[in-house]
Design a protein around this ligand. Structure first.
Ligand SMILES: [Zn+2]
Length: 256
């Protein structure tokens, strides 16, 4: 029998299976993204004292199976891990659900993802302690995509590389994952999303702040949100189900 492994993990998604089992997708610190089956999860308080539900932060014990994709989850414990308290707040639940879905979309099974696990834990911790707002959402988007190898750039022109901080409006080019200056824009064929200076600056800041400081920072306006949304749609090959609801609960400010 394969050895039992243990790792901190965050539950991304669950579904019931048969009468008493549960199939769980988790983002783990040491084993990447995992799909597992928790036999008797709905009945066993002993092995699953901490319930396996989205947002659960658990020490996961599991065994791999020689054949088949799903691991056997043997136990899940709260251990010393920080719980994420998102209950009773629609904004937190909406943003939290989006954070889980984005983490799932940007990770793959059998690939190292400890950076993504730590980012998600940091973001859900900040969400439980503070306000669900556009700044926290944008900080998470920027940092999670950078972790996945899709860093977006808002301070230097992607063409001439000149620093654009504080200068005239810039243009976000989806296919280049960054901005171009007004001069270079006239020389390239792509269509760009015009970004106000304040939005570009806010995104530069949010991209390097700790999550705990993000919700108190300034968010980019609707122009910045549109740039990020278009970029995400160009990279993620599925429709994120949680976005529509999130957009109805938390909306970026519209700039004149
Ligand atoms: Zn330029």
């Amino acid at each position: 029998m394969p050895a039992e492994e243990a790792t901190p993990a965050i539950v991304l998604r669950t579904r019931d299976y048969m009468d008493s089992d549960r199939i769980v997708t988790l983002l783990t610190e040491q084993a990447g993204k995992l799909g597992g089956i928790a036999k008797g999860a709905k009945a066993s308080r002993r092995r699953f004292e901490h319930r396996l539900e989205p947002f659960s932060h658990v020490m996961l014990y599991f065994r791999r199976r020689p054949h088949g994709q799903l691991v056997f989850i043997t136990r899940a414990e709260a251990a010393e891990l920080r719980p994420f308290r998102l209950e009773d707040d629609l904004g937190r639940l909406a943003l939290g659900a989006y954070m889980l879905e984005l983490a799932e979309a940007l990770t793959s099974e059998d690939a190292e993802a400890s950076g993504a696990y730590h980012l998600l834990a940091e973001a859900l911790g900040a969400l439980g302690a503070g306000e669900a707002n556009t700044a926290l959402r944008q900080a998470y988007e920027l940092r999670m995509f950078r972790w996945a190898g899709f860093g977006m750039q808002f301070d230097r022109c992607r063409v001439c590389a000149e620093n654009q901080t504080g200068s005239a409006p810039v243009y976000f080019i989806v296919g280049r994952g960054g901005i171009v200056c007004a001069r270079c824009r006239e020389r390239i064929p792509e269509w760009g999303i015009r970004l106000a200076t304040a939005s570009a600056e806010a995104l530069v800041q949010l991209g390097c702040l700790p999550m705990a400081a993000a919700s108190a920072a300034t968010a980019a306006g609707a122009d910045g949100a549109l740039a990020i949304a278009r970029f995400i749609a160009s990279v993620v090959d599925r429709k994120l189900r949680s976005v529509e609801f999130l957009d109805s609960v938390i909306a970026p400010a519209t700039r004149a």
